[in-house]
Design a protein around this ligand. Structure first.
Ligand code: FES
Length: 107
């Protein structure tokens, strides 16, 4: 469910874009965040936790908790709740946490 008409909504939310989640074609409203677009398409699971392999999804919806990490156009661990969806965007679920202790971090 999503709000399609409201006095504070700009007309830009009525333009439609196509994006992909795990290679599935989905419709979104231009100006929506990736997380909102996924939720509007009934997708709640955005990845899995590293230790317990439990489903992860939107929690804070304001860029604070990192629970909504996804891979966007090949870039891993992008916050879907603060990233606007774009035409043709390729989004995939994140099945691991960032490697903060690995070689890529200099340790
Ligand atoms: S839902 Fe918390 S950072 Fe995106």
């Amino acid at each position: 469910m999503q709000i399609t008409e409201h006095p504070v909504l700009d007309k830009k939310f009525n333009e439609e874009v196509i994006f992909y989640f795990n290679n599935q074609s989905l419709k979104a409203k231009k100006g929506q965040t990736v997380a909102a677009a996924l939720m509007a398409n009934s997708i709640r699971k955005l990845g899995a936790s590293r230790k317990l392999n439990k489903a992860r999804g939107v929690f804070c919806a304001n860029g604070r908790c990192t629970s909504c990490f996804v891979t966007i156009n090949g870039l891993e661990h992008v916050l879907s709740c603060t990233t606007l969806v774009e035409e043709g965007m390729r989004v995939s679920s994140n099945e691991s946490d960032p490697d903060v202790r690995g070689e890529s971090n200099g340790n």
